[in-house]
Design a protein around this ligand. Structure first.
Ligand code: ADP
Ligand code: ZN
Length: 608
């Protein structure tokens, strides 16, 4: 702000200086006429030295016969002719003089006399004016902080999002059909004395379609949709959030029936009293204001607040009380059928080859959210376009799965011979151990092309979606995680930094086995460590210890024991099947990437 004021000031200063310079040069160049008295004029007239007199008001501009210029002045009340008569100028002396009368004086004369005073004055006025405007601008900006930045969407015609556009989420849609009814036909319910719900909380992982569903409700009911993100309420200035909430509800009430959608409500709705950082009070005020508005809304006014969060566990209980967000809709990550349905929705407006089996793609994408799947098809379209194809084929979609999962391939990140060999042994280790252990998901792909952060990767996928996991699965998973490390150690005698992220994942898994799942004999079935939500820069920085120093030691021991036993399992497999390992390595170095079929062909025909 002050920068622009300074800039304007400088501009004015420059303009002022330029004008000043122009005027001063004007005065220097223009020949200054001498000023004379009236008697002198009379004298010169009598001598016949004057050829012209121009009368401008009470100013006389005199041109002598020899071209010299003079000025003089008279009383403004007296005309020149009477004056001259009074001075006794003979009439015949005037015959050769050209007398011109310009009424009211010449404007340029006035300009030149007044402007030098006027210009600085105008400049000052202008300057003050602009300063005021700037300040006012700042003021209005500050005021608009308090206005909500909610975007209002009135969906029309074809672009309208309805439940048809949301694949899967069957239960959620059923729940929300009721809300649509409320919005469309509130009287049906109020007649029976039913209270219309005011708040719906949508809970689910990012990308599971919370925003999409809220929009679909608005689309189905054909009402406007106000959308704002919780983080937009929280600004640097205290009190802004609350006034934004007030403004948002005011706007919404005017266009009722309608839907207010608050994304990321956990940004304001975290449990009060938890959290560090300055915006703490601000959040509380904003949250309170939301509650006040929701409580204060008359039942007649048909505004429904839908809020989305992926952290329902951290929400302030006050938000969940009856009359507030008492409807809760849970959105899970889609299962295989839903994934297929979502793929179908997004494949609709894309030219996809007829051979493409969306079911197989759904099989390959456990853990993908709706947004991931939409992104997957988009990536496949981009890839196909880059290859100058007219339609999207299954191969491109499969290739994009890994890109969405692991980040783009980095073919340019070329490994040198030695690195390539180490990476091949590392990945072959993972793949071999995964293949040998009965409870581990099947190997889908092994590659030594670096992707994202990893130098290579081994992709395993379950045959079906699973929700429960057993201890033996976890234990074997630990062995697979450590197999890369073990292979490097067995073959080269030392390990590289390439295994560090495997080790971190393994340690975390072991810790969860012990402290979360109660799967360790030494510790027994209890959870350890109270997770307390202290949020600082978006990270949980605190884990409350709810166990003794002694237990801590035992946890450490249990984790170490799990890891070393997993390491031993991996080691035994790698030593026993060393031939097999080398076979995989050679193939990997040759082809860089092995698909499931190529990988399985390397094994003698048996099991799994
Ligand atoms: P969230 O708000 O839960 O983070 P969004 O609603 O913004 O997720 O979803 C992002 C995108 O993912 C949507 O625009 C849509 O393209 C896609 N998507 C998510 N879930 C579904 C679904 N069930 N059916 C179709 N598309 C979906
Ligand atoms: Zn690894």
């Amino acid at each position: 702000m002050s920068k622009t004021i300074l800039k304007n000031f400088l501009v004015f200063l420059i303009i002022f200086l330029v004008i000043a310079v122009l005027f001063s040069t004007y005065y220097v160049t223009a020949e200054k006429p001498t000023t004379i008295g009236l008697e002198k004029v009379v004298q010169q007239l009598n001598n016949g030295e004057i050829s012209q007199i121009i009368v401008k008001g009470d100013q006389l501009e005199i041109t002598q016969t020899n071209g010299k210029k003079e000025v003089s002045s008279k009383e403004s009340t007296e005309s020149l002719s009477t004056l001259l008569k009074n001075f006794g100028v003979e009439a015949n002396k005037l015959q050769n003089v050209n007398i011109e009368i310009q009424s009211g004086g010449d404007w340029s004369f006035w300009l030149t006399t007044i402007l030098p005073f006027l210009i600085p004055f105008i400049l000052i006025v202008l300057f003050v004016y602009f300063m005021m405007r700037q300040l006012q601008g700042a003021n209005t900006k500050a005021l608009s902080f308090g206005q909500s930045q909610a975007r209002e969407i009135q969906q029309k015609g074809k672009a309208k999002i309805t439940f048809k556009d949301v694949a899967g989420c069957k239960e959620a849609k059923e729940e929300l059909t009721e809300i649509v009814e409320f919005l469309k036909n509130p009287r049906k319910f109020t007649q029976l004395g039913a209270k219309i719900p005011k708040g719906v909380l949508l809970m689910g992982a990012p990308g599971t379609g919370k925003t999409l569903l809220a929009k679909a409700v608005a689309g189905e009911a054909d009402v406007p949709f106000f959308s704002i993100s919780g983080s937009e309420f929280v600004e640097m200035f205290v009190g802004v959030g609350a006034s934004r909430v007030r403004d948002l509800f005011k706007r919404a009430k005017k266009s009722a029936p309608c839907i207010i959608f608050i994304d990321e409500i956990d940004a304001v709705g975290r449990q009060r009293g938890a959290g560090l950082g300055g915006s703490h009070d601000e959040r509380e005020q904003t949250l309170n204001q939301i509650l006040v508005e929701m409580d204060g809304m008359e039942t007649k006014i048909n505004v429904i607040v839908m809020a989305a969060t992926n952290r329902p566990d951290v929400l302030d209980p006050a938000l969940l009380r009856p009359g507030r967000f008492d409807r809760r809709v849970i959105l899970d990550l889609p299962d295989i059928n839903d994934r297929e349905a979502i793929l179908k929705v997004h494949a609709e407006n894309k030219p996809i080859s007829r051979e493409t089996d969306l079911r197989r793609i759904a099989e390959r994408t456990p853990g993908f959210s709706g947004a991931d799947l939409a992104n997957l098809l988009n990536e496949a379209a981009i890839l196909s376009a880059r290859r100058n194809k007219k339609i999207i084929e299954q191969a491109e979609i499969f290739e994009s799965v890994e890109k969405v999962m692991l980040g783009p391939e980095r073919k340019s990140h070329i490994l040198n011979e030695a690195e390539k060999k180490i990476t091949a042994f590392h990945e072959a280790g993972h793949a071999l151990v995964a293949h040998e252990l009965p409870h581990v998901d099947r190997v889908q792909k092994v590659s030594i092309i670096s992707r994202g952060q990893a130098a290579g990767y081994t992709l395993k996928l379950p045959i079906e979606d699973r929700h429960l996991h057993s201890r033996s699965e976890f234990i074997e998973e630990l062995s697979v995680l450590l197999a890369g490390f073990v292979a490097e150690k067995e073959i080269f005698g030392e390990v590289t930094t390439g295994a560090s992220s495997d080790l971190r994942t393994a340690t975390e898994l072991a810790k969860s086995i012990v402290t979360e799942y109660g799967m360790d004999e030494n510790i027994g079935p209890r959870t350890l460590g109270e997770r307390e939500e202290l949020i600082f820069l978006g990270k949980e920085i605190h884990e409350q210890r709810d166990y003794s120093e002694k237990t801590a030691e035992r946890i450490d021991q249990s984790i170490s024991a799990l890891i070393s036993s997993a390491q031993l399992t991996a080691k035994n497999i790698i030593i026993k099947d060393r031939k097999q390992l080398e076979k995989i390595v050679n193939e990997l170095i040759k082809k860089e990437t092995l698909e499931k079929e190529e990988f399985e062909a390397l094994f003698p025909k048996t099991k799994k």
